[in-house]
Design a protein around this ligand. Structure first.
Ligand SMILES: Cc1cc2nc3c(=O)[nH]c(=O)nc-3n(C[C@H](O)[C@H](O)[C@H](O)COP(=O)(O)OP(=O)(O)OC[C@H]3O[C@@H](n4cnc5c(N)ncnc54)[C@H](O)[C@@H]3O)c2cc1C
Length: 355
C-alpha cells in the first residue's frame, strides 16, 4: 500500500478546502496527499452563506452578495445594512468543481474510498468525519430549502430575509430564510431549532408550500434545487491526538448558536497550511472560548424558553449591523460582546447561567 505524507478523511467542505489551500500554497509539490471520500459523485448539495468578514479563495463560486438583510417577527420587522461585510452565498457545486479541477492537475494527490486502501502509519491525518453516533434528543438546527423560480419578477433581490418568525412555532423555534438570487429566483428555507425526536416538525414540503403561497403570495413557481440538513448544536470538538487533527464540523468549526461553519473552515485551513511544518506541536484551533461559553448559555435559554426566542433574536439584531455581524462571525471585541449581551433579557440569562 502506498504511503502518504497527508491523509484527509472526508472530502467535503473542510477536506477539500484544506486540500485546495495546501495546493495553492505549493505545499503539495514534494508531498503526497490522499483524500478519503465515500461519495460517488460531486454535485451541488448545499448553499453556504456567511458574512464575508475576511477574504476567502472562492469568490468565483459566489451566487450572490447582499448588503442588506432583515429579520421579522409576527409584529415587527427590522432591516440592517452593511457594505463592509456583505452576506454571500456559495454554490457548493461550483466549489467542488473548482477544487477537484485544480487537484486533478497534481499527481501527488489521490482519491480513495476507504482509509484501509492507504498506508497512513506515518501520515498526518486530517479528519472531517463525525465519529459519534448522532444524539437525536439533543439540540439540532434542521432544515429544508428549495430554490424556486417564478414566471414573474417578485423578489426584492437586494435584501436577504435572514429570519422570518412569522410562522407556526409548535413549542419549538422555527423561522423561514429567503435568499433572493434574482428577482425571480430564490432559495427559501424552513428551519427548526429543536431535537430530532419530533417527526411531526419534518413536514418540510408542506411548510414551504404554505409559506410560499400564504406569506410570500406566490401562486406559481418551479423548484430547481432542494437541500436538506441537520447540524448538531451540541457537538464538542473531537480531541486531536498526536496523529489526527480534526477539521470542519468534526473539528468544532460550527458556531453552535447559528450553525455558521463555512468561513470558520476557511480560517482553520489557512491556519493549518501556514503552520503545516509544526502543526502537531501547535495548540488546537478553536473559535474562541468566550463564544463557546456565550453560545452555551444562549442555547440553554433556547431549550428552556423557545417561546421567547423570536423576540430575543429580534432584539439582538437591534444592535448596529457591524456589531451583530462581527459577533455572529466570531470577530467581535469585548465591547461589542457587551453590547449584544445588553440586548438580552438579563434575568432569564442569569437563571440559565447559574442553572
Ligand atoms: C444543507 C446544509 C446547508 C448548510 N448551509 C450552511 C451555510 O449556509 N453556512 C454555513 O456556514 N454552514 C452551513 N452548513 C454547515 C456546514 O458549513 C456544512 O455542513 C459543511 O459542509 C461542513 O463541512 P465538513 O467538511 O465538516 O462536512 P461535510 O461537508 O459534510 O464533509 C464530510 C465529508 O465526509 C464524507 N464522509 C462521510 N463518511 C465518510 C467516511 N466514513 N469515510 C470517508 N468520507 C466520509 C462525506 O461524504 C462528506 O463529503 C450547512 C450544512 C448543510 C447540511
Amino acid at each position: 500500500m502506498k504511503e502518504f505524507n497527508y491523509v484527509i478523511v472526508g472530502g467535503g467542505c473542510a477536506g477539500l478546502s484544506l486540500a485546495y489551500e495546501l495546493e495553492i500554497n505549493n505545499k503539495l509539490k514534494d508531498k503526497t496527499l490522499a483524500i478519503i471520500e465515500t461519495r460517488g459523485e460531486y454535485k451541488r448539495d448545499k448553499t453556504w452563506s456567511f458574512w464575508k468578514v475576511f477574504d476567502h479563495s472562492f469568490n468565483d463560486c459566489v451566487i450572490k452578495s447582499w448588503d442588506n438583510f432583515t429579520i421579522n417577527t409576527s409584529e415587527n420587522s427590522h432591516e440592517l445594512r452593511n457594505k463592509d461585510f456583505p452576506y454571500q452565498s456559495i454554490d457548493s457545486g461550483k466549489f467542488y468543481k473548482k477544487i477537484n479541477y485544480k487537484l486533478s492537475a497534481n499527481q501527488n494527490v489521490s482519491f480513495f474510498k476507504n482509509l484501509d486502501e492507504v498506508n497512513s502509519e506515518n501520515s498526518i491525518i486530517f479528519n472531517s468525519v463525525m465519529k459519534e453516533k448522532p444524539n437525536k434528543s439533543k439540540l439540532w438546527q434542521h432544515f429544508q430549502g428549495i430554490e424556486i423560480e417564478t414566471p414573474k419578477n417578485i423578489f426584492d433581490d437586494e435584501i436577504v430575509n435572514l429570519m422570518d418568525f412569522n410562522c407556526d412555532q409548535r413549542n419549538d423555534v422555527h423561522f423561514f430564510y429567503t435568499l433572493p438570487f434574482s428577482k425571480n429566483r430564490a432559495l427559501i428555507e424552513t428551519t427548526w431549532l429543536s431535537s430530532l425526536e419530533d417527526q411531526s416538525l419534518m413536514d418540510y414540503d408542506i411548510q414551504l408550500e404554505n409559506y410560499i403561497r400564504n406569506n410570500l403570495g406566490i401562486e406559481s413557481y418551479k423548484v430547481n434545487f432542494t437541500e436538506k440538513g441537520a447540524i448538531p448544536l451540541y457537538c464538542p470538538p473531537f480531541k486531536n491526538d498526536n496523529k489526527t487533527i480534526n477539521i470542519g464540523s468534526a473539528g468544532g468549526m460550527t458556531r453552535l448558536s447559528t450553525g455558521y461553519t463555512f468561513l470558520n473552515i476557511q480560517e482553520h485551513s489557512k491556519y493549518i497550511v501556514k503552520n503545516i511544518d509544526k502543526i502537531k506541536k501547535l495548540k488546537t484551533f478553536n473559535l474562541g472560548k468566550r463564544y463557546q461559553f456565550l453560545d452555551k448559555v444562549f442555547l440553554k435559554v433556547l431549550e428552556k424558553h423557545p417561546e421567547k426566542m423570536p423576540k430575543i433574536f429580534f432584539n439582538m439584531f437591534k444592535s448596529s449591523s457591524k456589531t451583530v455581524i462581527k459577533f455572529l462571525s466570531n470577530k467581535s471585541n469585548i465591547f461589542e460582546d457587551i453590547k449584544i449581551i445588553g440586548k438580552m433579557p438579563k434575568l432569564v440569562f442569569l437563571k440559565s447561567l447559574f442553572n
